[in-house]
Design a protein around this ligand. Structure first.
Ligand code: SAM
Length: 327
């Protein structure tokens, strides 16, 4: 196969694929799916062999990190097989999963054995009642048990995603800091993003990370250098804390400068930008196992990758909510 590497017109090497494997989700997060996922798992999710075709072509074109996401990816019964197929591709150095963790007590060992080496777990509150209020699920204690078990097993690459929500931040920020005092995890506060379905919620709850970041710096937290293949998070460490704290601020200046990612939905639609206006249909190539056709198509459309999103203009592209593509 041709050895060219995917690079966009702005010179950004696209080495990171975020692959959604299902739209289905069991949570009812107030900013994403407040009424819950409607319906059953669609029969149109990419099959394991379509995923193998996809990731083999992406890996040959320079993908080095794959994040499996959803919906809630752990609702797919063949998730361990998906992880194994992704990790087996030559060139793939990191295999990550973003999950709400409700199944991890039981399933983490199988995912780990399949090749999972990075885990991102979403926890929007460290208070069980507030957690229920935000997600509609009484899973808080189960999730903390899962995380502590995973850390005790010696797996150290755990990140926590915590949305910054105006209504809860006064309590969530200090609770999150207590959480990382003894646990060697990286907790990233994520600024709420507007999507097609959450405008009212966004206007009420969006909170900029700037003031919290300044407060941390004032308390002696030190900004870390950015790791290879890392996302746009700014991460801080403090000598008194086992874990670190990061910030993902999509509305900040230059957020997209280091963008190295491509996204593919559970139906095989590629999004060149999370908030882009075009879904590129890869399915015909995947269904036929046409690797050379897919490779040529990828290289032909990569020139369309926008330099940055248009969230400041309230343009959210095709995204109704993040369960469609996984964030
Ligand atoms: N079900 C998985 C989970 O809970 O992590 C993966 C899918 S979820 C859509 C991925 C991440 O996107 C979660 O951390 C979630 O909090 C975040 N997210 C969802 N909607 C968002 C929004 N409007 N703005 C910012 N982050 C959002």
């Amino acid at each position: 196969m041709n050895s060219a590497l995917l690079t966009d017109p702005f010179g950004r090497r696209l080495s990171y694929l975020r692959l959604s494997v299902t739209d289905l989700c069991n949570y009812r997060c107030s900013y994403c799916l407040p009424d819950g996922y409607q319906g059953k798992a669609k029969p149109d999710e990419l099959s394991l062999s379509e995923i193998e075709t996809l990731v083999s072509v992406f890996a040959a074109a320079g993908t080095r990190k794959i994040r499996v996401t959803g919906g809630e990816a752990t609702l797919r019964r063949d998730l361990a097989d998906i992880i194994a197929v992704c990790k087996a591709q030559p060139g793939i150095e990191h295999l990550a999963l973003t999950t709400n963790a409700f199944k991890l007590v039981k399933l983490f060992p199988a995912y780990r054995a399949a090749g999972l080496d990075k885990l991102n777990i979403s926890i929007d509150s460290f208070n069980a009642d507030t957690f229920f209020e935000i997600t509609g699920k009484r899973e808080y204690h189960n999730i903390i048990r899962a995380i502590d078990g995973i850390l005790a097993s010696g797996f150290s690459s755990v990140k926590i995603n915590t949305l910054l929500l105006g209504r809860y931040a006064d309590r969530t920020v200090p609770d999150a800091m207590r959480f990382v005092r003894e646990r060697p995890v990286t907790l990233r506060f994520i600024e709420l993003m507007q999507t097609g379905n959450n405008l009212g919620y966004f206007q009420q709850q969006h909170l900029s990370a700037t003031a919290i970041e300044a407060e941390l710096a004032a308390q002696g937290w030190q900004l870390l250098p950015r790791e290879a293949y890392a996302g746009p998070a700014r991460e801080y460490r403090h000598p008194d804390f086992a874990g670190s704290i990061g910030f993902i601020a999509p509305y900040s200046k230059d957020f997209c400068n280091s963008c190295n990612r491509l996204r593919v939905s559970a139906q095989g639609n590629m999004h060149l930008c999370l908030f882009g206006g075009i879904a590129y249909n890869l399915r015909p190539y995947l269904a036929q196992g046409d690797r050379e056709g897919l490779r040529q198509y990828l290289f032909s459309v990569i020139a369309d990758k926008p330099e940055h999103h248009f969230l400041h203009q309230k343009n959210v592209g095709l995204i109704r909510d993040l369960s469609m593509i996984g964030g």
